[in-house]
Structures are given as structure tokens and as C-alpha cells.
Design a protein around this ligand. Structure first.
Ligand code: SF4
Ligand code: FES
Length: 388
């Protein structure tokens, strides 16, 4: 059985990076920012309302074809929630005909039996479903909607239709102490792969809620000990350690414009999920250029390729071939300089921006994306309070 998982945050291993454009492996098609969930750590842009104008089916088909011509072999359908697009099945059929290995990255909401049957017939290869917690109250509170039971139904349906299943959960201060229960819950679905991803604060709503979500170093270490000791059987598990506690950054996206090409719902072409937040860069679009032109020639994709753009201490650091100076979006959002060393690195002259934040007392204020929904969910939560 083929198994694949979608990950943008790689562990610290040596990754080949290129000064010139090579060939991408991954195309991530963010079909829509619309979503029935309202997670407070979503990587989608905070100013989401600006990007409601979605490109159409024919434009997406053209994008898929151009992606294959460029060399992409893995295709992720993502969002928001990709199932809100009624042309998803048609796009899966096109992708299958082009020879992609396809992965649906979903909240699980909207995947009816009729739709999963069509997706199977049309050649979808694998599905990743996300949960917000192992138990309903916290799951629905974080998701901002009453979705827990539906997600369980969907996970069972995915297995029933014999798709390779990746179980994904974002870890944070409010759920990480339940890691053993989370693993028991995840394994009850017999997944092929489990992704335990500590929240990354490189943009979107996660950065807004950083104070609420960031666990302590002791919490993440204890969770790691439990994950390491857990009997895994044949399932693969990845535990993504938070870079705030690591002293070194991760090779975000496996290196800028090295392996990934992302097309957003409105047709922007980006090398990472938050690249639109970087100032002074023209944002290329599939409406004006082919993927090949953007990948090879655009300022957006070329600006951080290779090493010439690096400042000290990265420029002369032996680890630059491992992490490429860290996440460009995080560096910009924390320092105001998109060329700066990522401040999560202990060698960064601005590392205090991270250490001071880690050491300060955590706040319990949560920035809701949909306050009215989350209030209703709160009102329905009975019994012991899981949210403190
Ligand atoms: Fe990576 Fe730069 Fe830190 Fe060296 S100084 S470890 S290259 S971020
Ligand atoms: Fe890391 Fe943009 S999110 S480089």
C-alpha cells in the first residue's frame, strides 16, 4: 500500500537546496479558504476576506497540467476545506489522468458516502483527516463548530473505502498533556500515518494565538517521551517539535522554492503558505503566468534561493545547509526584516525576541475566528471544564 503524508515542516536533516530553480515535487492546490471550521491556529491569512475570489475549474485544470509539466508528482488538495468545492471530484479525475499521486487534506466535514465513492472511482490516492482533540468538547471549542462526531464518521468511511489514512492533530498547550489519550484515539482508526504537529507560529491565526497556544518546554519533552515509548505497530508517527523550544529553526518548506509550489484559492503562486505576508514582493498569479514561468523566473521564487541573500551569522554558519537560515516569514514577522536570521535560532542576534516570549507568563485569551460560534459551543459544554 502506498502511504504518503503532507508535511511542510521537515526535521533537521541535510536537504539539497539549489541556487537556481530545479524541479518541484509537490504542488499544493489550496482550492478554497472557505471552511466549516474556524481553528484558532489556522495557517490561512488573517485577512482572509480579501481573497474570496476563487479561480474556476478550467483554470485549476490548466494549473494541474502545468504542475506536471514542471515535474510535480505529488498533489495535495487543501484549503480551507477543499470539499466545499463541488468540482473536487472532477479535478481529482484530471489529476489522476495526469499521473499525480493525490492526497486530500480535509477536516472531514462534507465527505459524504456519495462523494467518497466518486473520489475513489476518480482515482484519489490518499486522505489526511485532522482532529482538534481526542475528546469532543475541546475539539469543537478549538474548531469553533460542532463537528467531532461527524469527523469520527468520516474517518471510519475513509477506512471503509480503503484509502491510506493519515491522522493529523495540531498540538498546543491545551491538548499536549493528553498525548497518550490522543494516540489511543488516533490508533482506534487504524491509520497508516499519524502526524503530531506542534503549532508553528509563522503566520496566520497561529501567530495571533501564540500566547494561548505555546506549551512549555517540559510539556513538549514529556509528550515526546510518551510518543517515543508508544507501541506503534506498522503505523508511522511523526512528532514535530516546536522550534520555539529547539534553539534551531526548521528547514521551512524544505528550503525556499526548493520542492513546493503552492497555488492559493485566488490563483496566487507562492513558495510557502505565508509568503504573501512578506513585503516588497510582487505576488505572481496563474491568471498572468504559467507555473513554469513563476517557478523559474519570478522574484518571489528566486529571492531566497541559494545562500547569497543570507546575512551573518547564517552566511558563515555550517548549519546553513540544514536549515537555510530558518523560516523567512517567521523571521520577518518577529524582526521586521525578511532577510534576518530566524530568531528561534540561538545564534540569532535577536534570539531574545523568542526567549523573552517563551519565559513570560502565558495568557488565557484566545482570539476566536468566529466568536459567536465558539460562544455557542461553550454554552453546550457540560461537565468538567476542559478549557481553563
Ligand atoms: Fe541556521 Fe542561521 Fe542559525 Fe546557522 S545561524 S543554525 S544557518 S539559522
Ligand atoms: Fe516558513 Fe514562509 S512559512 S518560509
Amino acid at each position: 500500500m502506498k502511504t504518503i503524508y503532507f508535511k511542510t515542516i521537515l526535521p533537521r536533516t541535510r536537504v539539497k537546496t539549489r541556487a537556481a530553480a530545479g524541479q518541484p515535487n509537490w504542488l499544493l492546490a489550496e482550492l478554497s479558504y472557505r471552511c466549516p471550521l474556524q481553528c484558532g491556529y489556522c495557517s490561512n491569512p488573517v485577512e482572509i476576506a480579501q481573497y474570496q475570489d476563487e479561480i474556476g475549474t478550467d483554470q485549476w485544470k490548466k494549473v494541474l497540467k502545468e504542475g506536471r509539466e514542471l515535474g510535480c508528482v505529488q498533489l495535495g488538495f487543501s484549503g480551507g476545506e477543499p470539499l466545499v468545492r463541488q468540482d473536487l471530484e472532477e479535478l481529482v479525475l484530471t489529476a489522476n489522468g495526469l499521473g499525480y499521486y493525490t492526497n486530500l487534506i480535509t477536516s472531514g466535514i462534507g465527505l459524504t458516502e456519495q462523494r467518497i465513492k466518486r473520489l475513489k472511482e476518480n482515482g484519489l490516492d490518499s486522505i489526511q483527516i485532522s482532529f482538534q482533540s481526542h475528546e469532543s468538547d475541546l475539539n469543537d471549542y478549538i474548531a469553533g463548530n460542532d463537528v467531532y462526531l461527524k469527523k469520527i464518521e468520516t474517518a471510519k468511511l475513509i477506512k471503509q473505502y480503503e484509502f491510506p489514512l493519515t491522522f493529523n492533530i495540531v498540538l498546543h498547550r491545551k491538548n499536549i498533556d493528553c498525548i497518550k489519550d490522543i494516540l489511543d484515539f488516533a490508533f482506534s482508526f487504524e491509520p497508516d500515518f499519524i502526524e503530531l504537529a506542534n503549532t508553528q507560529y509563522s503566520g496566520g491565526f497561529a501567530l495571533e494565538n501564540r500566547d494561548y497556544l505555546l506549551p512549555s518546554l517540559e510539556q513538549v519533552k514529556q509528550a515526546k517521551r510518551i510518543v517515543d515509548a508508544y507501541p506503534k505497530g506498522e503505523s508511522g508517527i511523526i512528532y514535530v517539535f516546536p522550534d520555539y523550544h529547539q534553539g534551531r529553526p526548521k528547514a521551512c518548506m524544505g528550503g525556499w522554492a526548493n520542492n513546493f509550489i503552492i497555488v492559493t484559492p485566488d490563483g496566487a503562486v507562492l513558495p510557502c503558505l505565508s509568503a504573501r505576508t512578506l513585503p516588497g514582493l510582487n505576488v505572481p498569479s496563474v491568471k498572468d503566468s504559467t507555473l513554469g514561468e513563476v517557478w523559474n523566473n519570478s522574484e518571489m521564487f528566486n529571492i531566497f534561493r541559494g545562500e547569497d541573500w543570507m546575512q551573518e551569522p547564517c552566511r558563515t554558519c555550517p548549519d546553513k545547509i540544514i536549515d537555510f537560515g530558518g523560516c523567512r516569514c517567521q523571521a520577518y514577522l518577529l524582526t521586521g526584516d525578511k532577510f534576518a536570521t530566524d530568531p528561534v535560532c540561538s545564534l540569532s542576534p535577536q534570539h531574545n525576541l523568542v526567549t523573552e516570549f517563551v519565559e513570560k507568563e502565558r495568557s488565557d485569551e484566545f482570539v476566536f475566528r468566529n466568536f459567536e460560534n465558539s460562544k455557542k459551543i461553550m454554552a453546550n459544554i457540560k461537565g468538567k471544564p476542559v478549557i481553563q
